[in-house]
Design a protein around this ligand. Structure first.
Ligand code: 13P
Length: 255
């Protein structure tokens, strides 16, 4: 993490929490954040809890994000939610291209490109996820996969747009497994990703764009990850579901 990139921690609640549970968790995070500064915090509940979480964090430093979206503005797209609807619900961020959407719901690089473009033009900040599976890492093609995910997502976008994106490197083998990438493995891929930004755009874009790490981030490993030069934050699943654990992470990042 370097000075000009403000740390950003997002909680991806995935398919967890009723409306009442989501509201209680958001309120607890909001209260805890009153004593914590210097870090951007985003909560990404399921669609059904967006409105409740939005009112629970209203007027606070905590921001709201969605877990997915569709690129069309409106129409006959059963089951989908547009950027306008997300903004209306109070979102500032939207996760795009999470590996669970890629592996279980057929998300493609082209879809990620279109979704992130629609998010940017609506004024939402996309959190674009990239990352290889264990099989891909073992085959020695992790960098190729991350390159494809990155290039697929940014194709046709200006440097100015890319700087507004938050990228999240989430090695699939580290998600929900308790197996965090080592600080070294994460840093190495983050530096590679930043190199791709410089190659595709310029040094300012590379240095000005935030990259989160995701995959079994916990209070006891977050500080080590955050000391690495190219790691600017974390996208957190399991450890974002309990207020005390999530706040402990935020305290360690802020401290
Ligand atoms: P875990 O923190 O549960 O490993 O999940 C990571 C993730 O997928 C966040 O998007």
């Amino acid at each position: 993490m370097t000075e000009h990139r403000r740390p950003i921690i997002a909680g991806n609640w995935k398919m967890h929490k009723t409306v009442a549970e989501a509201k209680a968790l958001a309120e607890a995070v909001r209260r805890g954040m009153e004593a914590i500064g210097g870090v951007d915090v985003v909560l990404c509940p399921p669609f059904t809890s967006l409105a409740a979480v939005s009112s629970a964090i209203s007027g606070s430093k905590v921001a709201l994000g969605a877990q997915d979206m569709y690129w069309e503005a409106e129409g006959a797209f059963t089951g989908e939610v547009s950027t306008g609807m997300l903004m209306d619900a109070g979102c500032k961020y939207v996760i795009v291209g999470h590996s669970e959407r890629r592996s279980s719901f057929g998300e493609t690089n082209e879809g990620v490109r279109r979704k992130s473009a629609a998010a940017l033009s609506a004024g939402l900040c996309p959190i674009v996820c990239v990352g290889e599976t264990l099989e891909e890492r073992e085959k020695g093609i992790a960098h190729d996969v991350v390159r494809e995910h990155f290039v697929g997502a940014v194709e046709g976008k200006s440097a100015e747009d890319v700087r507004k994106i938050v990228f999240a490197y989430e090695p699939v083998w580290a998600i929900g497994t308790g197996k965090t990438a080592t600080d070294e493995q994460a840093q190495e891929m983050h530096a590679f990703l930043r190199g791709l930004m410089e190659e595709s755009y310029d040094l300012d874009t590379a240095l000005g764009t935030r990259i989160q790490y995701g995959g079994s981030v916990k209070p006891d490993n977050v500080a080590g990850l955050m000391t690495r030069e190219d790691i600017d934050g974390a996208l957190i699943g399991g450890a974002s579901l309990k207020a005390d654990v999530f706040l402990e992470i935020l305290t360690r990042v802020a401290g």
